[in-house]
Write a new protein. Structure first.
Length: 225
């Protein structure tokens, strides 16, 4: 069996350590995400799911434990090494799209590729291909303010996949949308993930959406079940 795309082992994270308001957010988290597997992370508000996703995506460091991405243990590596691994191997989606307002949908997807050294023509071609996959290619030359909420989030999905990462991390990716739009946008995300064979860890409060993924893990009181 091949190594998991993501492996977290013994992850702990405490805020205000040693102070009266100390909060033990993560208490010995063990989690793997296999190749092509889509895992739902369900947690109540304030349980630490965003912290867990940030650690998994190398945006934050744990107090203890190891983070292995693509078979490489990145715990304790230099900031540069972690940044390069994050840029090459991880895509992020948040509840709010965070698109750059002065750029078109296509440009928002091309920019991460240009930063990674991809030629402009190739970056634009991939951006158009991704937009076609989520059904908004006809909006390629529109800026975010000209797009609906659902269209903006679809563009954000494409941006997260622009550099063909190994792992997608999503934090309530449809949480800012109405139920009907949420369902449509989530279906577009799942199609994109399945078509590309991507591994994904998706945090959601929506149990119906969680049930459509391969596996569900629950984070509560610092522990996974």
């Amino acid at each position: 069996m091949s190594d998991p795309v993501l492996a977290l082992s013994g992850i702990t994270k405490t805020y205000n350590a040693g102070l009266p308001g100390q909060v033990d957010v993560l208490r010995g988290i063990d989690l793997t995400v296999g190749a092509g597997e889509v895992v739902a992370l369900v947690a109540p508000s304030g349980a630490g799911k965003s912290t867990l996703l940030h650690i998994a995506g190398l945006l934050d460091t744990p107090d203890a434990g190891t983070v292995t991405l693509g078979g490489e243990n990145l715990t304790g590596q230099s900031d540069r090494k972690r940044t390069l691994a994050r840029r090459a191997d991880v895509g992020f989606i948040y509840q709010f799209h965070h698109l750059l307002p002065e750029f078109t949908a296509l440009e928002n997807i091309s920019l991460p590729q240009l930063s990674a050294g991809t030629a402009r023509a190739a970056a634009d071609a991939r951006a158009r291909q991704l937009l076609t996959r989520v059904g908004v290619d006809h909006r390629a030359n529109h800026r975010p303010a000209e797009l609906s909420g659902g269209e903006q989030q679809r563009v954000a999905f494409c941006r997260a996949l622009a550099n063909a990462p190994k792992l997608l991390l999503a934090d309530e990716p449809t949480g800012n949308l109405d139920p009907a739009t949420s369902d449509q946008v989530f279906e577009a995300l799942m199609t994109l993930v399945r078509d590309t064979g991507l591994s994904a860890l998706i945090a959601t409060h929506n149990l119906d959406l969680a049930a459509r993924m391969d596996r569900t893990v629950r984070l509560d009181a610092g522990h996974l079940t």
